[in-house]
Ligand binder design. Sequence first.
Ligand SMILES: Nc1ncnc2c1ncn2[C@@H]1O[C@H](COP(=O)(O)OP(=O)(O)OP(=O)(O)O)[C@@H](O)[C@H]1O
Length: 483
Amino acid sequence: MAMSDVSSQDQRELWTRVRARLKASVGEDVFASWFARLELEELVDDLVHLSAPTRFLCSWVQSNYADRIVEAFRNDVPEAARLQVTMRVNGQARPRLAPVAEVVPEAPATHQQSAPVAAAPATPRLVRDNAKSGDALSGSAIDPRMTFESFVAGSANEMALGVAKQIANAAINNAVTFNPVYIHSTVGLGKSHLLNAIAHAVGQADPSKNIVYLTADHFMYHFITAVQRQSALGFKEWLRRVDLLLIDDMQFLQGKSATEFGHTLGALLTGAKQVVVAGDAPPRDLEMLDERVRSRLSGGLVVPISTFDHELRRDIVQRRADQVNSRFGMQFPVAVIDYIARAVVSHGRDLDGAVNRLVAANQLTGELITVPLAEKTLADLIRARDAKRVRIEDILKIVSRHYKVPRNELLSARRSRDVVRPRQIAMYLAKALTSRSLPEIGRRFGGRDHTTVLHSVRKVEQMIKDDLELGQEIELLKRMLEE
Ligand SMILES: Nc1ncnc2c1ncn2[C@@H]1O[C@H](COP(=O)(O)OP(=O)(O)OP(=O)(O)O)[C@@H](O)[C@H]1O
């Protein structure tokens, strides 16, 4: 089959065959962890373009399974040679990225453009770094749209925004104020936005500054390898040159990389270089880091971003609507803006998604943007409001209290029965009540393997079937957590 003439029906069938081949080659568990949420987007020449729902998954699959996936395509598509995995936001994949070194001019806005405005591809650009281009010691791509100007302030984030601006100013003026700074919040509340904004502001003001923005997965898979290939001297030399290090999605760091991060952090702080880290939990809850690193992070400035109130949600939606208006000449009535802010209560990404969907609906059907159109188009985003977000931390707290087992024992390697059972129940609850994947749950439970988590989940499911009383007890725990 030639890549270029694959119809969408053929493409679906091809994807089904490839998935079956992958499942057979990696096994059910690995498949469920890494491949089940991938979608085939398109085939272009020798390139297979897939999408995944999280940045981490994109990077993990790209780094670890590219060869296997390409191989699985080759039976049907002999010319398949390369893989690119991009992130899917609200069911829509980001367009394929241009090679990092290539500077793609921003496409002029036209009325025909049906791609929702805020989901327009970020032109990938490396944060400037004196490292040779293509060198893995340079950073991850920053998103040029995430600037201080495009960040909407409200009571949930004003402290984090204030600190971010101070850091940017201090870095521009070669001063160090708070160091390290740690910004934390649950998903989609603007951590990456602030990190990108700092990088952007410093880079614009002083092009000679060496700024490195790294997502934790980049740190793990590229940076560490590069460090290992360098001599100790080379690495020290590199550290000396960094003025500002920004590390995003800290929660994904694990294993050796977490230790390596500890060394890097220590060395940079000793050299008084500015370090800013973002993660989804306060430093004390980052179990993969050793105590010394955790206390170093806690000892710096720790700033939370809290959940958005109605006013902030409305201001963010209003800002997006203004952008749509100026680019597409499309009016968002005040009632629709207010409706989105009231109905979509989750986070920034969903607010973006809501506006994008309405734009897309309007472009595809020609229907005016009204509250009824919003109700119809955003039904699933609104349903998400009813499901309370349960955190693994809450599960550990409630299980520990209920079974009188200290939290650190739940995370420990102890195998006595009085610890094993509550631990298994906690893992089961984490799978049932959060959207975390098995590997993520394993990491949060003292660095266990995802197969251990799967085993616990199955075991508890069986116990619930066999033991009515236990079933009721677990139901009760679930209700406590969801209240
Ligand atoms: N205060 C804000 N003003 C404008 N846009 C915002 C704001 N907060 C979040 N957003 C937007 O919401 C989306 C998600 O934000 P971002 O990626 O920064 O979240 P995050 O906290 O890093 O999430 P994650 O934990 O998933 O990495 C982005 O498009 C971002 O620009």
